[in-house]
Structures are given as C-alpha cells and as structure tokens.
Design a binder for this molecule. Structure first.
Ligand SMILES: Cc1cc2nc3c(=O)[nH]c(=O)nc-3n(C[C@H](O)[C@H](O)[C@H](O)COP(=O)(O)OP(=O)(O)OC[C@H]3O[C@@H](n4cnc5c(N)ncnc54)[C@H](O)[C@@H]3O)c2cc1C
Length: 612
C-alpha cells in the first residue's frame, strides 16, 4: 500500500513541476520551467489563425498545447497600440517585408512599392493591420461551399463568425452578431467630418447607406452601397489576436507560448504518413529544438509562409522539390499556387484651400490629437484612418453575381486632400509562392502576377472602379465642397499608365496586403487541404489560416481568418472526440485518480487512529 502512496506523491510532484504559471519576462512570453519535449498539439504561428486555434484547443485542460511564434510580444508598445499609427509599422521591425517577384508588371519601375507586408509578432498581421473588420459577402462562402461542401456555406459559418466577436454596437441584432466572443469590435471612436460628405455624394449616385456591413445585406442598390466600418479597436486601443485570444489565457497550465521561435520543418513517420514533430530554432538562445506532437501539428504561418514550410518539409510539387534536393513526402502540386490578393489602385483628390468644407488645415496629427489620445484614448489617433467604405458593382460584374466587385476606402492623409483606395475584389489573376532555397531563413519567391489574366478582366474592372470613385468626387456635394475630380481618367491609355506606371511615372497600383489561397481547401487537383483542413495524404497535419481560402473573400481578410480559426479548432476537437481520448487525458485521469486514493488513505488512516 505504501508503494501506492509513494507513487501518487511522485506523480503529483511531477505534475506540479510541469505546470508553473507563465511569467512575462520583458518582451518574451515564456515559462520559467523547461519546455516539455512532447505536446498533444503544436500550433505553428501566433498570428490570427494560430492564436484562435491555440486558445480553443487549450480551453480543455486535458490537452497540452504549444504555440510557436517567430516574433515577440509587442502588445504594449505604443507604436502598436495607437490605432492610427498602423502605417508607420510597414515596413518596420514588426513586419516581414517580402519582395514581389522580379517580373511584376505593376511595380516594374517603382522599387519602393515592391513590398508585401505581414506581421512578425505575437498576433501576426493583426498587430500591423488597419483594423477594419468585414466578413465579406455571404455569397463568397456559398461559392466555396459549392466546391467543398455545405459545411462552409455562410449560414453554417455564421455561428463561428459570431463566436469570434463581442459587438456592442450590434447587440440588438443577435441573428448576425456575437456578444460573448474574445474579440471586441467598435465603430472606432472618431468620426471625421468628411465622412458624411462622402455618404451624401454616394447617395447622389443612387447608392444606399448600409448600417452594418456584417449584417443581413451588403449591397442594397444595384449601384452599390456606402457605410462605416467596424474595427478591432477597444477603448481607443488596437486589439490584436494575441491580446484577444492568448494574453487572457496565459495562466492556463496546459498552454505554452514560445515566442522568438522560428519553425523550420515538420518531420514525419513516413511509414504511417503521419506528422510527428517540428524542428525549430530559438532566436533568443540560438539553440535548435525538435518537439513532438502526440495528436496534431497545425500550420498557421500565413499565406506566404505556410506553403514555404510545407515545401521545406517535402510536401509540394515533386518536380520543384527534386530541383532543390528535398526528399518528397507527399506530392501536392497546389502548394504555393492559387495566390490571390486584392490589388489596389489609389488616388488623391484635392480640395480648394478656400473650400467651405471644414477640414482642418495642415497635419491632422498635431499636439491636440496627441493630448486627446494621451488623456482619453479618443480623437483621430484612437481611430483607424478608413472609416468610410463603399462597395461598388461595376458593369463587368455578371448580373447573376450579387456581390460587389470593387471596394473603396476613403482616408484623410492630411488637411487638403482625401485619399481613396479601390480594391479589386474578385481577381482572376493567380500568383504563386515558391522556395528560393532550402534555407528556412530565406524569404520565399512571391510572384503576384497582378493583371495577368488573359481576358484583362482585372485591369478593366479596376480601371472602372477608380472611374467610379472619380464620379463620387465629381458629384454636386463634393464639387460644392471644393473637391476636384481627375480629368485624365477618361482615356484608357492614360489610365493604364496611371495603373502600371511607365518610365517617367510611378505605378499607382499595388498589393492590397490580403494574401490568400496558397494552401487551398478543396478536392480538386491543386487542393492542399481537404474540407476539414487536413493536409491531403498526411495524418496529423492541418493548415488553419488565410492560405486555405479557395477564393479570396469580397472584403478585408482578417474577419474571415478569425472565423477559419474558430471553425478549424472546432473541427480538430470534433475529430479528436470521434477517434478516442488522448494520452494526455489518461494522464489527467490518473492524476485525478491519485487524488482520490490520497483522500481514501487519509480517511482510512484517521479511522484507524480513532479506533485505537
Ligand atoms: C498592412 C496591412 C493592413 C491590413 N489591414 C487589414 C484590415 O484593415 N482589415 C482586414 O480585415 N485585414 C487586413 N489585413 C490583412 C489581415 O491582417 C490578414 O489577412 C490576416 O492577419 C492573416 O492572418 P493569418 O493568420 O493567415 O496570418 P498572420 O496573421 O500573418 O499570422 C502568421 C504568423 O506566423 C508567424 N510566422 C511566419 N513564419 C514563421 C515561422 N517560420 N516560424 C514561426 N512563426 C512564423 C508570423 O510571424 C505571424 O505571427 C492587412 C494586412 C496588412 C499587411
């Protein structure tokens, strides 16, 4: 009997030794105990997809979860938390700035525009993005569902969108909005005076005002709609995926968050076709590690890095892998293909200095703005720069497709002009991500191939989009407020020069920073993951991030990725429940069993003492 007591005491001590609470040590998020060599789940990448998954898997104490992230914790840095400061963080040490491929027509002459930014911190790109929160159009998901099954239609995804958010502004509409999710949404606080003017201008063009882009309907009039964004801003401060999903649960004993950790390879048990461990490099201690996963490895490195990791691990196009001498684990020719982005074009619309329109002269980010932010977390610095949003249907959108094909965002860069961006929402061009070398620290080659579709749908639609923006600025309300429209945008050749640039002028189109589709979900020949986000032909490996989208959604991409994280995590938990319980859970059960035995022994011994 005493051997049982001894065993339970030893087990209890061991359990306690591995479950010390997380300590925050400078910018790093690590524990003061050594990292175990095996976990139930390993999540790679602490961006939006990875943060959601790591939170949901570790919600049950029966699973041990490791989250590996290359960047660090910058949550409390002022440059991150000031919502309006997002533009200063690209490029910066917080972002990865990959170069576009060498033959990109759109930026051939303007080297400074050749950057593709993504976040390199805990929280990933949610740390540097513009914070607009749009789910996209419900038809986007219904089109996905036609390829991958009804699980992914909008009606069936709605519970996951709602699970993400707490949206006080739309609390009265529980059919479409959540009220208990980790991510707090808000209207952004600051209401620039020009916003109502844009609304009037759009209404003059028979566009309707939409109260809620994530509600029942996105496009109401056939011409398009105008409205205001929701943002991932809480009390005047940026909210990241790390801040919403990971920081509040850092005290979970079964969740380990290891930042400054660059993942370099997934290893396999080839005979079982199973992912079993991950190679990674500690950027702080400069040590190489291999950590094993009992159940699954989840790849959430974003659309430019998830395909890179799969390729480095031997999953991809056999011909390409052979060229680099990488042993092939699984031939999946679609890895890195199908890259989609919302290519944008931009323009500045100037206003007369004598304009009656009440725009403040000079820079709008002045001492008064700083004071408002410092003391109250209000004012222009406490907001993003892109409150007004217009969804447009151009003449190129087929009648039977009810989605907008252009999104327009209006920004105020300084006192005497408005800056408008037009995003091409459903591009036909496709880019690709390939390996530059076998070195995981080398950036992959990213060929965006903007405007490469043979029928020129993309360039024609974007030209039409910016013309429609010009129309908005030519309306009576804008004219009366002193705005000037562009005169040269009627001529197609002039316009193409404007978009592409030429030797004397810079290009006015660029990446929309919405990289998607490179580990496409589906069942076709270039699909990388199946509709349950499992890498095809491999056990124990999923991809859960923006890269799984078969088609890019019609709006900014963070809201869809939060949803994909929620949906993917639920799929893992459901699949696990249907295939039996884990070794971790049996350890947990034996721990509980030990406690019962101790109580029993104490009771038994005290009864014996009483009897004597
Ligand atoms: C400038 C900018 C503005 C944007 N604005 C908006 C907006 O206003 N609204 C909107 O909806 N969307 C916006 N987006 C897009 C949106 O933020 C992204 O679509 C979304 O964050 C993608 O999520 P993800 O999980 O796929 O990748 P990410 O959030 O990028 O996460 C990937 C994570 O993996 C980590 N990682 C990568 N490689 C490794 C490795 N080898 N080892 C370890 N870790 C690694 C990265 O550091 C990162 O933390 C913007 C994007 C940019 C760049």
């Amino acid at each position: 009997m005493w051997s049982v007591v001894l065993l339970t005491v030893v087990l209890s001590f061991e359990y306690a030794a591995t479950t010390k609470t997380n300590t925050r040590n400078g910018p790093s998020v690590r524990r003061n105990t050594s990292l175990p060599s095996i976990f139930d789940y390993i999540v790679l990448g602490g961006g939006i997809g990875g943060s959601v998954v790591a939170n949901r898997l570790s919600a049950s104490s029966q699973y041990t979860v490791l989250l590996l992230e290359a960047g660090t914790n910058v949550e409390d840095e002022l440059s991150v938390s000031i919502p309006r400061n997002w533009m200063s963080n690209i490029p910066s040490s917080l972002s990865r700035n990959d170069l576009m491929g060498p033959n990109e027509p759109v930026v051939t002459y303007d080297i400074s525009k050749r950057r593709l930014s993504s976040g390199k911190t805990l929280g990933g790109t949610s740390t540097i993005n513009t914070q607009m929160y749009v789910r996209g159009n419900s038809l986007d998901y219904d089109i996905w569902a036609k390829q991958v099954g009804a699980d992914w239609n909008y009606q069936n995804l709605l519970p996951y969108f709602k699970r993400v958010e707490t949206s006080p502004r739309y609390a009265k509409n529980p059919t479409y909005h959540g009220s208990t999710g980790p991510l707090r949404l808000s209207p952004g606080g600051y209401e620039p005076p020009e916003d109502m003017l844009i609304v009037q201008a759009c209404q003059a063009l028979n566009m309707t005002f939409v109260e809620d882009w994530n509600g029942a309907q996105q496009i109401i009039s056939p011409f398009g709609s105008v409205g205001f964004h929701e943002f991932t801003i809480l009390n005047g401060t940026r909210q990241t995926a790390f801040g919403a999903y990971i920081r509040p649960v850092l005290n979970r004993n079964n969740l380990w968050v290891q930042d400054s950790s660059l993942v370099s390879k997934v290893n396999f048990d080839v005979s079982k076709r199973r992912a079993i461990s991950v190679d990674w490099y500690d950027l702080e201690t400069r040590e190489a590690h291999t950590t094993s996963a009992k159940k699954e490895i989840i790849v959430s490195l974003g659309s430019l890095r998830s395909p890179q990791l799969l390729l480095l691990s031997g999953i991809g196009n056999t011909i390409e892998l052979n060229k680099l001498g990488i042993p092939v684990i699984q031939d999946l020719p679609g890895v890195g293909e199908n890259l989609q982005d919302h290519v944008i074009t931009t323009g500045l619309w100037n206003v007369d200095s004598s304009s009656p329109f009440p725009m403040p002269p000079g820079s709008i980010i002045n001492q008064a703005a700083w004071d408002l932010f410092n003391y109250n977390r209000t004012g222009i610095l406490a907001s993003s720069s892109s409150r007004t949003n217009v969804f447009i249907r151009t003449k190129f959108q087929p009648v039977n497709d009810s989605r907008p094909d252009i999104q327009v965002i209006i920004r105020t860069p300084n006192g005497n002009s408005l800056w408008a961006l037009a995003y091409l929402l459903q591009p036909n061009s496709r880019g690709r991500v390939t390996l530059a070398s076998r070195d995981p620290t080398d950036a992959p080659i990213v060929q965006m191939n903007y405007f490469s579709d043979p029928a020129s749908h993309d360039v024609n639609t974007l030209m039409e989009g910016i013309r429609r923006v010009n129309q908005i600025f030519s309306t009576v309300p804008m004219h009366n407020s002193g705005f000037h429209s562009f005169s040269n945008l009627s001529d197609d050749i002039e316009f193409k020069n404007y978009l592409y640039g030429n030797k004397s002028s810079t290009a006015n189109s660029n990446s929309g920073d919405h990289f998607t589709g490179t580990c496409k979900m589906g069942i076709d020949s270039i699909a990388v993951v199946d509709p349950r986000l499992r890498v095809r032909g491999i056990v124990g490996l999923r991809v859960i991030d923006a890269s799984i989208m078969p088609f890019i959604t019609s709006g900014n991409t963070q809201a869809p990725v939060y949803m994909i994280g929620e949906k993917g995590a639920q799929m893992i938990l459901d699949d696990n429940n249907s295939t039996g319980t884990s070794a971790a859970s049996s350890l947990h059960r034996s721990y509980n069993f030990s406690i019962v035995i101790i109580f029993y022994l104490v009771f038994y011994i005290s009864t014996l003492i009483k009897q004597h």
